[in-house]
Design a protein around this ligand. Structure first.
Ligand code: ADP
Length: 218
């Protein structure tokens, strides 16, 4: 895998878990925090670390911040620091900036400054939990648009041993099965004659409501 250079500013729970995952995947990660203790706690999960105030241009420049492909601003509660940091990074011409928002207004400001990806961790996690409760057989999903999702759904028990033609899933549930994951292999555009097996995972597209109904089947 290509090595990318990431800088994570703010090593709280959110920043540290991003750093940890990236570092675990062999990526180069610089961790920055104004607080010495936060830096110490994250040291095992970063390639390099620095105690610095990210609202100071000089501090960022001395860390060579402009050499990084992607900078993640994971400062949460201190909205002013988050916004000042993002503005500085934007002015320095950082290619990709990702930032955590703690409220809708905070997020709107970040969007206005031109953050590439604004993340609302608690709101997003809450939605995921609710979606999981509404769709117990759903394993994973991607939002394709406001209404449509792509979802991986465990095959409902009563569909085991039947083929796609007789099940007529598209007409009955308004859900398209675009692939089947079976024992780690993927069958793309499965034939209508494909018989479904226990533990098959259906890769489906549909509206969130239709998919929720489909993935609640016994
Ligand atoms: P989480 O909810 O992810 O734990 P926090 O808001 O508690 O998020 O943590 C944010 C981190 O950002 C803290 O460790 C804090 O010290 C750090 N931080 C806040 N302001 C700055 C700043 N100006 N420069 C660098 N780090 C900062």
């Amino acid at each position: 895998m290509a090595r990318n250079q990431y800088a994570v500013i703010g090593l709280g729970r959110f920043g540290t878990s991003i750093a940890r995952r990236l570092h675990g995947a062999g990526q180069e990660v610089l961790g920055i925090d104004i607080n010495e203790e936060s830096v110490e706690n994250a040291e095992a999960y970063v390639t390099d670390s620095a105690i610095a105030d990210s609202t100071e241009e000089k501090a960022l420049m001395s860390l060579g911040i402009t050499n990084f492909d992607c900078v993640i601003v994971a400062i949460g509660d201190d909205i002013q620091s988050s916004i000042l940091t993002v503005m500085l990074l934007k002015n320095l011409g950082i290619k990709k900036i990702i930032a955590k928002a703690t409220s809708k207004r905070h997020g709107q400001v970040l969007d206005t400054i031109g953050v590439d990806w604004t993340i609302y961790p608690e709101r997003d996690m809450g939605e995921r939990v609710a979606n999981q409760l509404l769709s117990p057989n759903m394993l994973n999903y991607i939002e394709l648009s406001k209404d449509y999702n792509l979802e991986e759904i465990m095959l409902p028990k009563k569909m085991i041993g039947r083929n796609l033609r007789e099940l007529d899933i598209r007409a009955r549930f308004k859900v398209s099965v675009i692939a089947i994951i079976r024992s780690g292999d993927i069958i793309i555009s499965p034939s209508p004659d494909e018989f479904l097996q226990e533990e098959d995972i259906l890769v489906t597209i549909g509206t969130r409501n239709d998919l929720a109904k489909f993935s609640s089947l016994e």
